[in-house]
Each structure stands twice: as structure tokens, then as C-alpha cells.
Design a protein around this ligand. Structure first.
Ligand SMILES: NC(=O)c1ccc[n+]([C@@H]2O[C@H](COP(=O)([O-])OP(=O)(O)OC[C@H]3O[C@@H](n4cnc5c(N)ncnc54)[C@H](OP(=O)(O)O)[C@@H]3O)[C@@H](O)[C@H]2O)c1
Length: 272
């Protein structure tokens, strides 16, 4: 794989450019395709040993069905989609190639961070391709975490689904409060300033990406369903002005974090 030609389907996009740049820096010839490139996805895939699909979530399975059969048996087919169960299943079903699912747990504009950025790696088929991409990512300074696709999606239901939902809900609540944002900023606490930064960063994402991630993946819907149950329990305890109920929930949260688990498991948080 070390001198393989690589095709990045969606290589004109943000994460596709990240991956293409990373491999070019290691000396690989990388073909990038988009909807308007002269080079078609099928032609790039058919002539490359490594093929990486990095298209919008809702297009991923369809593109895998088109390019998967064109990758040779000793080739490597990968994707960068934010959910993993469906793409990995589609790659295995539509190709004889080695298969690895990837999910960079950061956006294309991620700046320097204190700890290394993580790429989730879902082994699909074959060892050589898995070893190669793991080594490539590690030597570029990324933390590589190996995880099974279903477990990845279940965790992303919380890390992305519930987390983004909480941020969006706060944004909606702020908008509907009728208080101008300049006033809120003027009277912000440090923690509220962080919340505003998070909202701005999330709303800076392309609408289509966020919409697809939130509404079209079972993982996010599962996370949001669990979040809603938690919010309702917390709202009831808060609005009922019953200190005991609130305190019980608070203890439950403390215990969950101390044990480093999200317990008890809430029905509906299963990934899709
Ligand atoms: N953005 C993130 O923070 C992030 C982080 C981790 C993983 N991901 C995943 O990375 C993947 C790509 O996301 P992105 O943010 O890089 O998106 P993006 O910037 O919109 O790029 C999408 C790419 O797919 C191509 N494309 C769009 N529709 C297509 C279609 N119908 N057929 C073929 N190609 C099509 C686009 O071509 P054009 O140039 O013609 O538009 C572009 O090259 C997604 O699966 C997402 O879940 C994103």
C-alpha cells in the first residue's frame, strides 16, 4: 500500500481534502473527484488501489454501491462518514476488497489541540490495509481508536447526537428569549461564554451536514431520544420544586461520572 495510487471520492470536499492532503504529503498520487470534476468517481476508483469515499452521509451507501465493485481484491476501500454501521456494511456487501471504516472525530478546521485528535477505525475485512492506514494516521500524529461499527454509532448518538442537540436547543432557547445577544454577552459568565462559542461553532457548520447528521442517522436519533427522556425527567424535577427529586437526579449524574459510565442505560440510545 505504501506506493498505492489513491482515489478520494468527494476529494473536492472538506474532509476529503484533509485525507487527500495527508496522503499526498506521504508521497501518494491522489485522484480527487467531486460532482463537477472531469474525472468520474468510477474512473478514479477503477484505476486506484486505495479508494476512500467522503461524500455527504445520505449519499454514502449509493456511492459505495457504485465504486465498491471496481476496487480489486487486494485493494482497500474506506470511508470517512460520521456514522459507521451502514457504510461498513455497504462496503463489505458491495466489494471484494479489504475494508476499513474511518471517522475522524474532528472537523476540517480543527486547529492545534492539547491532546492528539482521534480517528475512529472500524476494521471490516483484511489485515494489510488496516495496518497501513493505522500506521499512516499514527505517524501523522493522530490517535487511532479501533471500534466496532455498531458500538461507534451508539457512542456517537451521545457524543454527536445528544451533544449537538443540547447546543441547538440552547440556541433556540436564546433566540426565543427575545434578549439581544449583545446583552447576553455583556452579562455573560465564563461558562455561558463557552456555550455561546460552542453554538457559534456548530452554527458555522454547513446546514446540510448538520441536518443530515441529526435527522438521517439512526445513531443521532437514538441519542436525541435518550436526551429527551433525560430532559423531561430533569425538567419535571426542577419545575415541581421538589428538592428531593432534583437531588436524586443530581446524585445519579455524579455517580455516572464517577464510575465513568453513563448509567443507567436509557432506552432508545441504541445506534442505528
Ligand atoms: N465536516 C465534518 O466536520 C466531518 C467530520 C468527520 C466526518 N465527516 C464526514 O465526511 C464526509 C464528507 O463531509 P464533508 O464535510 O467533507 O462534506 P463536503 O465538504 O460537503 O464534501 C462532500 C464531497 O462529496 C461530493 N458530493 C456531494 N454530493 C455528491 C453526490 N451526490 N455524488 C458524488 N459526490 C458528491 C462533493 O462534491 P462537490 O465538490 O461537487 O460538492 C464533495 O467533494 C461525510 O460523510 C461526513 O459525515 C465530516
Amino acid at each position: 500500500m505504501n506506493d498505492a495510487q489513491v482515489a478520494v471520492v468527494g476529494g473536492t470536499g472538506r474532509m476529503g481534502s484533509w485525507m487527500a492532503g495527508l496522503l499526498e504529503r506521504r508521497g501518494h498520487r491522489v485522484l480527487r473527484t467531486g460532482r463537477r470534476t472531469r474525472l468520474r468517481a468510477e474512473d478514479a476508483a477503477g484505476s486506484s488501489q486505495v479508494v476512500i469515499v467522503s461524500v455527504p452521509v445520505q449519499r454514502t451507501a449509493e456511492i459505495i454501491r457504485r465504486v465498491g465493485p471496481l476496487v480489486g481484491e487486494d485493494g482497500l476501500l474506506m470511508d470517512l462518514t460520521s456514522v459507521k454501521k451502514e457504510p461498513v456494511h455497504a462496503m463489505l456487501a458491495n466489494s471484494r476488497a479489504q475494508v476499513v471504516g474511518l471517522h475522524p472525530l474532528f472537523g476540517p478546521d480543527a486547529g492545534p489541540t492539547k491532546s492528539p485528535l482521534t480517528v475512529a477505525v472500524c476494521p471490516g475485512r483484511g489485515k494489510e490495509g488496516l495496518r497501513w492506514i493505522t500506521r499512516v494516521l499514527r505517524t501523522q500524529g493522530y490517535d487511532v481508536g479501533v471500534i466496532e461499527p455498531g458500538e461507534h454509532d451508539r457512542i456517537m448518538g451521545v457524543v454527536q447526537g445528544a451533544n449537538h442537540f443540547a447546543t441547538l436547543a440552547l440556541a433556540l432557547c436564546i433566540g426565543r428569549s427575545g434578549i439581544p445577544v449583545e446583552r447576553l454577552e455583556r452579562w455573560s459568565t465564563p461558562s455561558f461564554r463557552l456555550a455561546l462559542d460552542r453554538i457559534r461553532s456548530l452554527l458555522g457548520q454547513p446546514e446540510a451536514l448538520l441536518e443530515a447528521l441529526m435527522t438521517e442517522t439512526g445513531a443521532a436519533r437514538g441519542g436525541v431520544a435518550g436526551f429527551r427522556i433525560a430532559v423531561e425527567a430533569l425538567a419535571e424535577a426542577t419545575l415541581a420544586e421538589e428538592r428531593g427529586r432534583f437531588r436524586n437526579l443530581f446524585h445519579e449524574m455524579e455517580e455516572a461520572l464517577e464510575n465513568r459510565v453513563f448509567a443507567p442505560r436509557i432506552e432508545g440510545t441504541e445506534g442505528g
